[in-house]
Structure formats: C-alpha cells, structure tokens
Design a protein around this ligand. Structure first.
Ligand SMILES: [Zn+2]
Ligand SMILES: [Zn+2]
Length: 402
C-alpha cells in the first residue's frame, strides 16, 4: 500500500489531496515490475518500507497552485500552465518545470529537481537562464542552440532543506517525485520502456503538445552509498562536505584576488598612462550603465568626506566634498589673499555678505533637490543638471499619481 506523505498542520485540503495523488502515482511507479537499471530498486526498498513514511515526512512537499485541477483533468494542461508555476524565495529543495519556446515551433518541457544540501534549488534553476551554462541538460542545450528561449522556469513542488542525516533519503524521495512527474507530463523522451507505465498515467503521449526534453527518468537514478550509513555518519559526512565546500570557495577567492592583483600590477608597471586611461574608460562605462548606483556612491562619498573633513582648508577653515572643489578653492583669490595675509577687499567683503544673506533667506533654493545656492547663476546651472531634471520629473510624476 502507498505510504502517504505528511504535509504538516498548515497544509490545506487541496495540498493534502494533491500530495496523496502524486504519492499514489509515485508508488505505482516504484512498484512496477521493471529491470533495476530502469527504476532504481532503492526507491522501492526504502520508500516502500516502513521507513518510507518518515522519509516522506522529512520532505513535506508544497505543490504549485492549480496542480490538483491539472492532474484531475481528462486531458493534459495547455503549456500555459507551466507559465504559472511559482518561484519560491529562500532555501528549499524543489522539482521544477522549464518551458522553452520558439516562434513557429511546439514548446518544449523539461522537468528536473534541485536538491543541493547547502543552497537548495536556486542554483540549479538559475542554470536555465544562462544559455551557455555547462550544467544545462543536453536536450535543453540543443534547443537553445536551435533558437529556443526560456519562457519560464517555476516550481511544481518544494520542501524545506532536510536535516543532514536525512539528506540522502530525502533526495531519493525527490528523485522519485521528479521521475513520476516527468512521466505524468511526458517530459521524458519516448522509449520502448514507455509500455511499462503507459497504463498507470492519466493521459497519452499523443495528447501533449510539447516536446519532451528529459533524456531519462529520474527514477533511474539513485543516491549512491549514503543509504547504508548511520545517522551519525551521515551527519559527519555532510558537515565534512560543508567544510570542504567552504574551504574550496575561500581558496578560490584568495587565488582569484591574488591573480587579479598581479595582473593589475603588471599592467600598471608596463604602461602607467595606458593603464590609467583604461581604468578611466572602464569607470566611465560603468557609470554610464549604472547612473543611479553611481549617484548614490558619489553622495555617500561626499557625505563621508565632509564628515571626516578629508578635503579641508586649514587657512580658511572650510571643508569640501571632493578634491576638485578643494583644488578650485586653493586657486581662488579669496584663499590666496587669506594665506598671504592680504586683508579682503571691500568688494570681496560685500560678496561674502551677499552670499551669507541669500543663503539665510533661501533666495536661490531648489525645492525638489532641497539644495541652496549663493547666486542666481549657480542655481541656473543646477537647474540644467541631470540630477535636478530627474528629481523634478519624479516630483511631477508623484503629483500626477496623487
Ligand atoms: Zn582656503
Ligand atoms: Zn534641483
């Protein structure tokens, strides 16, 4: 008899029903009388044993909305169903469906699972967004090469990452669910073995309109030798794996940084002018592509420089936001006179008084940017800056909304 998965107290009745239905199909698959190479006997041995219930309980699956209706319908869903499958934030394991499309061609369906013990499903699912990725399944890659695009990749079901001692067993359970769903939806390519399960699935291969993209069913796969280890051994093994993975990425990071540093020094030593020019071009192109980020960075830098008084004129006791403003100030008559002890002229005093007055009166104030200027020409120059125009447009837009 099928072992039912435990779905937890929060599960709705729809979730319970779809969970039972999928488990029922899963157990019908793993109980098939087929060669061991076609359906790994570990599935039957473990999931079908008394332990099966606890393995299923370790992976309380949540199913995609609408999956129950789909599985209970007389005919397979339209490909649009696979456009509605959700993405799930946070770390979880999942069985996902990727729909690939190309104008004038039938769409293609791939079903897979992501069960990384550390990162969950996200790294696996991200592979489909990169047409050059080495980890793409072979038929998906071939379709990408033939002009197909990813229309959507979403989840059919998911569960929290299991505890280290349950990882291997839970992975077996995921493979079984994945294999069951690849057969139910005929995302697996046709083979002579179809006859073994054609009678237990609800639809016929001829009824589906998408191309099959899975090269084999996940039911063929096993999870290696981990099933015979004790819980303690499994936990230790998983801890080891985590530690090694951390060490590896740390080493790679250090190596990368060192290599980059060496390359940087080499280029610099070879031709300092060319190097500086290259860096300036790189910076300018980055800024052009990341205007808002760059602006934020500048504002932060200015604020910090002001707070730390990095660009400070001792003589005039004034702080500046950046080196160019300080340099301009150092060239000014005001600064030169002060440092040489020349008393300010009547005209200079008059200008200073004027500046102080218009600042106090907020005569030249830009409301959208909340910025003060000490003369009309500065305000006018400001009014034609991109920053001001963006702010101004944002204010008008918000007024139109409200
Ligand atoms: Zn000065
Ligand atoms: Zn402004």
């Amino acid at each position: 008899m099928p072992v039912q998965s435990t779905l937890g107290g929060r599960a709705t009745s729809e979730q319970t029903t779809v969970g039972r239905l999928v488990d029922d199909y899963m157990f019908r698959h793993i109980n098939l009388d087929v060669p061991d190479w076609y359906i790994n006997p570990d599935h039957k041995a473990l999931l079908g044993s008394a332990e099966g219930a606890s393995i299923c309980a370790a992976t309380p699956l949540t199913y995609a909305p609408g999956l129950l209706d789909v599985l209970q319908a007389d005919t397979p869903p339209s490909p649009n169903f696979f456009m509605t499958t959700p993405t799930v934030d946070g770390k979880s394991w999942a069985v996902y469906a990727a729909l690939l499309t190309k104008d004038g061609c039938d769409p293609a369906l791939y079903i897979g699972s992501g069960t990384d013990a550390l990162c969950g499903h996200r790294k696996r699912v991200a592979v489909y967004h990169d047409k050059e990725n080495r980890m793409l399944p072979c038929y998906v890659r071939a379709l990408y090469d033939g002009g197909f695009d990813l229309a959507h990749v979403g989840l059919l079901c998911w569960a929290p990452i299991p505890s280290p001692e349950m990882v291997q067993r839970a992975r077996l359970r995921f493979l079984a669910v994945e294999g069951t769903l690849t057969n139910l939806f005929f995302s697996v390519i046709p083979t002579c073995m179809d006859d073994f399960w054609a009678d237990i699935v609800p639809w016929c291969r001829e009824d589906v309109v998408w191309r099959s993209t899975n090269s084999h069913t996940a039911l063929q796969e096993g999870v290696g030798d981990g099933l015979n280890l004790s819980e303690e051994q499994l936990r230790r093994r998983e801890d080891d794996r985590k530690r090694r993975s951390k060490e590896r990425s740390k080493k790679a990071y250090v190596k990368n940084t060192q290599a980059m540093r060496a390359q940087y020094d080499l280029e610099r030593a070879r031709d300092i002018d060319a190097f500086r020019l290259k860096k300036r071009i790189q910076a300018a192109s980055w800024t052009a592509k990341n205007r808002p980020k760059a602006r934020e960075g500048w504002a932060r830098g200015k604020k910090k420089a002001l707070a730390e008084r990095r660009f400070y004129c001792e003589t005039c006791q004034r702080v500046f936001a950046d080196s160019s403003k300080l340099a301009r100030h150092n060239k000014s008559t005001l600064h030169k006179n002060k440092s040489e002890g020349v008393p300010p002229t009547a005209k200079a005093l008059e200008r200073q008084a004027y500046s102080a007055r218009v600042i106090a009166d907020r005569t030249f104030h830009c409301a959208p940017c909340n910025q003060l200027f000490n003369c009309a020409s500065r305000l006018e120059a400001h009014n034609s800056t991109r920053k001001h125009l963006d702010k101004h447009a944002a204010v008008i837009a918000s007024q139109q909304i409200s």
